[in-house]
Every structure is written in structure tokens, then in C-alpha cells.
Design a binder for this molecule. Structure first.
Ligand code: LLP
Length: 402
């Protein structure tokens, strides 16, 4: 997106501001569908947690994506956006049985990730087929905080407990219609991912009622120049070929599902922040902006790198080294020692790749408002969320007289 357009959005809607270019979401969706075009039945279920704005959900629904929802609230957002219940896969972890019952009443597809719930669910709903989440115990994520396939992970039913699954379903009569895994985010090692898919196919083989296999997600996107990116085309070729072979042996065309979040929406987002102060200290020059870890926590939580550019000063070739920091009373460094075009107070900075896990992880910490969101799509602009107000901060607080 042109910087001039971003500046005009900030003038119109103020800062800080999230801006999404939904044409990029469409491009990423097509790129992924094309990569797996050899697969006879492919379904991409968008991981709603990455960005759950209704407008983004509608874009994906119109592209014929399904949805991967991890909470009953995400399920309800998907229904509101127009997804049909059977297009929504509910893949929660560690939730209450009451929430599961609510999901059943909404008619969505159910994935279970623990043996006791499988038994309880089977006793209550023997007629409902379920998918089970397997933990293949393969280390495939980029960062330990977002790696979930290892032996110490809380997710899924261990690959070593397949016999227990069989015992439970023999008792309850539950039909297993799908096998699922998700090994982590930011996977750069295709071989580890393929190793996990082989393990999962080994599980599929042991059940003869399977209709779909869900390989989860975790495709890595570049956040800076020279960053490794999951080679989706290569992965599509390798997995597509292997999956087709497998379906032939299995005797039925199964649906291959992925649940991409970051891959679809990360690059579509820009987060615009205004420079409040430029502060030179003996050691560093800090650029203090009108946002912080309350709106974008990824740099602090995962040491994630988000590229930062000065869109108010684009033609000046002179750059300086700055640390871009937030206004929160904690060390909320958004970018440490970055070379940026000379920054003056009042400039607008663009934080790139802010489409995934950015607004959706935002909070009101320090009692700040969450920002507004704007989307452009096919040449049109839409304001898709208002900035919060003081009334929003008070809306669920109950005042008492003391
Ligand atoms: N499916 C399941 C079951 C998941 O748990 C996740 C992400 C996804 C799909 C989507 O993964 P993706 O394609 O976005 O990598 N907040 C972290 C990422 C945590 C992801 C948690 N699960 C971040 O900002 O990097």
C-alpha cells in the first residue's frame, strides 16, 4: 500500500491505527490454494485467532475459506460473518464441557484434544462424529513459546496414546471423522513438518472412518529482508503428491485441511503510530510513539521483529539508528537499534506485518484505548472498527459506593 494512502488514513482516523490491505489476503489465499492444487479436495480453514475482525472474516468467507475457531466467541464471530456452521472447525484446548455443549448446539465441527473429553463427549453424543487432535511430538515451531508439537506440550492427544483412543471409542461408539495436528507457528523446516505429516498419516491408517486430515498450520512469512519463508510451493508439491498416494492406498479421497493464520493475514497489515518524542540519551536515541505493548505485544512476547519505516520522511536518504519504544510504563521496545529515515516529533511510523496476532492480542493495559482499524479491498476503503472511548473502558465496570 502506498505511504500516501496510509498518511491520509491516519489524517482521517487518527493514530495509532491498524490498516489492512485485503487484496494481499486474497493474494496469499490464492498462492496457497495454487501451491496445493494437486490435492483433489483441499480446504483452507482460516485461523480466526490471528485477526478476528468481522470484515477480515467476510473477505475469507467470500474466498471460500472455512474457519478454525478456538473459542466459542470465535465460533459466534464466524457465524456472524456468515460462515455456515459446518464450515467452522472448533479446535479448542482445555475448555469446559459446557462450552463444548454450546458448540454442539451451534452445529459446528468438533475437534477434541484429550481422552477424558473424548469419553465424556462420546457418552453424551454417540451420534456425533469428531476429529481428534494428535500430538506427533515433532519440534517444528520457530520459537519455544509458539511451538506446540513437542513432548512437553499441553496440546493434543499424544501419538503414544492411540490405543487409549481406540479403547474409548470402542466403549462409546464414537466415529472419528478427522485427524488433526498443529505443530507450531513460524515453521521454517519443511522436513520436520513432513516428518509430522507422515506420523499423522500413520494414525489415519488405523481408523477406517476418516473423511479429512488437518495438518494445522505454522507457515512462516518473512518479517524482514532476507528472512526465511516457508517455501509453500515446494511444500505443496511434496505434501500434495504424498497425500494423493496415501488416499489411493486408503481407498478414498480425503479432504486435506490447513489452518493458516499468519500466512494469510500477516503481510496485509500495517500499524501506524505517531512519534511523540525523540529523546537522545548518552547511549541511544529513543523514538517514543503513541502506542506500545498494549497494541502490539509480539516484539516483547516473542522477540518478534517487525520492520519499521518512517512514512513522513520517505525521500530523505539519510538514516539514523533509533530504538522505537512505546508509551507503556514497562520496557516496550517495538524495534531496537533500527536504521530509520531521520525521525522528527510528529512523524508517522509504519510498523509492517501487523495483520496477524497484532490487534487480536491487543489490550487496554495502562487504561489506553484500543485503536481503530481500516481495510482496503478492491479499490474501496472501509472503516472496520472504531477507536475505543472512555465509555468503552467503563462499559463493564460496576461502580460501587464506598
Ligand atoms: N491451528 C491451530 C490449532 C493453532 O493453534 C494455530 C496457532 C494456527 C492454526 C495458526 O497458526 P499460524 O498459521 O498463524 O502460524 N501469537 C503467536 C502465534 C501463536 C499461534 C497459536 N496457534 C504469534 O504472534 O506469533
Amino acid at each position: 500500500m502506498q505511504n500516501s494512502q496510509l498518511i491520509s488514513f491516519a489524517e482521517q482516523f487518527g493514530s495509532p491505527l491498524y490498516v489492512y490491505d485485503a487484496d494481499i489476503i486474497e493474494r496469499q489465499f490464492k498462492r496457497m490454494t495454487d501451491a496445493f492444487s494437486d490435492v483433489h479436495q483441499l480446504k483452507l480453514n482460516y485461523a480466526v485467532k490471528a485477526n478476528s475482525n468481522l470484515a477480515i472474516l467476510k473477505v475469507l468467507k467470500n474466498l471460500k475459506a472455512g474457519a478454525d475457531a478456538v473459542s466459542i466467541q470465535e465460533v459466534k464471530l464466524c457465524l456472524k460473518a456468515g460462515f455456515k456452521p459446518n464450515e467452522i472447525h472448533y479446535t479448542p484446548s482445555g475448555i469446559s464441557f459446557e462450552e463444548m455443549e454450546e458448540a454442539v448446539s451451534l452445529g459446528v465441527k468438533i475437534t477434541l484434544d484429550n481422552l477424558s473429553i473424548l469419553e465424556k463427549f462420546g457418552n453424551k453424543y454417540p451420534e456425533i462424529s469428531v476429529c481428534i487432535r494428535i500430538n506427533p511430538h515433532v519440534m517444528a515451531g520457530g520459537n519455544h513459546k509458539i511451538s506446540v508439537g513437542h513432548i512437553d506440550s499441553k496440546f493434543g492427544i499424544s501419538i503414544y496414546q492411540i490405543e487409549n483412543i481406540k479403547e474409548v471409542i470402542a466403549k462409546t461408539g464414537t466415529v472419528i471423522n478427522g485427524i488433526h495436528m498443529h505443530t507450531g507457528s513460524d515453521i521454517y523446516n519443511i522436513d520436520a513438518f513432513i516428518q509430522a505429516t507422515e506420523i499423522l498419516l500413520g494414525v489415519v491408517e488405523q481408523f477406517d472412518t476418516i473423511e479429512f486430515v488437518d495438518f494445522g498450520s505454522g507457515f512462516k512469512v518473512p518479517y524482514k529482508d532476507g528472512d526465511i519463508e516457508t517455501n509453500i510451493e515446494k511444500m505443496g508439491e511434496r505434501i500434495g503428491k504424498r497425500f494423493n498416494e496415501f488416499c489411493k492406498d486408503y481407498g478414498r479421497d480425503l479432504t486435506l485441511i490447513f489452518e493458516p493464520g499468519k500466512y494469510l493475514v500477516s503481510a496485509s497489515g500495517s500499524f501506524l503510530v505517531k512519534v511523540n518524542v525523540v529523546k537522545a540519551t548518552p547511549n541511544s536515541v529513543f523514538v517514543g510513539v503513541d502506542s506500545g505493548l498494549n497494541h502490539l505485544i509480539r516484539p516483547m512476547m516473542y522477540d518478534a521483529y517487525h520492520h519499521i519505516t518512517n512514512i513522513s520522511n520517505t525521500d530523505n536518504s539519510e538514516q539514523k539508528v533509533y530504538s522505537v519504544v512505546g508509551y507503556i510504563c514497562e520496557n516496550d521496545t517495538l524495534g531496537h537499534n533500527r536504521k530509520i529515515n531521520i525521525v522528527s516529533e510528529g512523524d508517522l511510523l509504519r510498523i509492517h506485518n501487523a495483520g496477524a496476532y497484532s490487534y487480536s492480542m491487543a489490550s487496554n493495559y495502562n487504561s489506553r484505548y484500543r485503536p481503530a482499524e481500516v481495510m482496503t479491498y478492491k479499490g474501496k476503503d472501509y472503516i472496520i472498527r472504531k477507536r475505543e472511548t472512555f465509555d468503552d473502558l467503563l462499559s463493564n465496570q460496576l461502580e460501587i459506593d464506598l
